[in-house]
Design a protein around this ligand. Sequence first.
Ligand SMILES: [Zn+2]
Length: 244
Amino acid sequence: MTRNKKYRISGRVSYLMYLAIILLFARCEPTEITPKDEGGYCFVSSFGGLGQLYKSSGNQQLDQWHYGEYNNLAQKFGVMPDIYFYTDNSGANAYFTEQVSNNQYPDGTVAIGFNLINKEFANSPTNSGISIAIIMAHEFGHCVDAKYKVYSSHSFRNELFADYLAGCYLHLKSMAVGDQYVGEVASSFYAIGDYSFNDPGHHGTPEQRRSCLMSGYNFSKSKVGIGYGLPEAINNAKNYVAQF
Ligand SMILES: [Zn+2]
């Protein structure tokens, strides 16, 4: 019963948020960080080319949800990156950089695109926009990768590693809100995979991305009642991704 109640509230709030995002994009508190672009992966060395970064979406309800999710992620992943919105007119996306923009947030910086938010809400059968939270978790996965120096170089494995940790978070979140969103998130990660093996921006195939997400989910699920720490999740993620 509690789950149903949460689901209805979540759906209504998300619908309002969706409308508000489309109708009201009067962003405020702009922040200047415009270093040189060395893009490729969503794990980048700087945020050049992203243009203006914003602390607020201009919508209080969305901001409240966004920072609630941020706090959950910071707690679960044990990292504190700074986080911004940006205008992703060149393609719906989100990024992480190790660059520290604010010393209060020592673990790098995350940027989430407005178009990405709109796109994920538009493709959300549950109207929850749940995939946005899991894409944020993917960026936090990059943050963990950087903080603990999991990989010495950048390749599609960084992306699959982040997908695995995002899957762990998907499970932890599903314990609170129910598992009715899992299929939607798996489909979303499948959709953002690619077959561009020779492209420096290759993130892993749709099958690999969904597989890593769900393996992280199932690992976390297998630990219910036992518990697990971040080091175990990191090791499992790295071992799982090594097969690809
Ligand atoms: Zn990534």
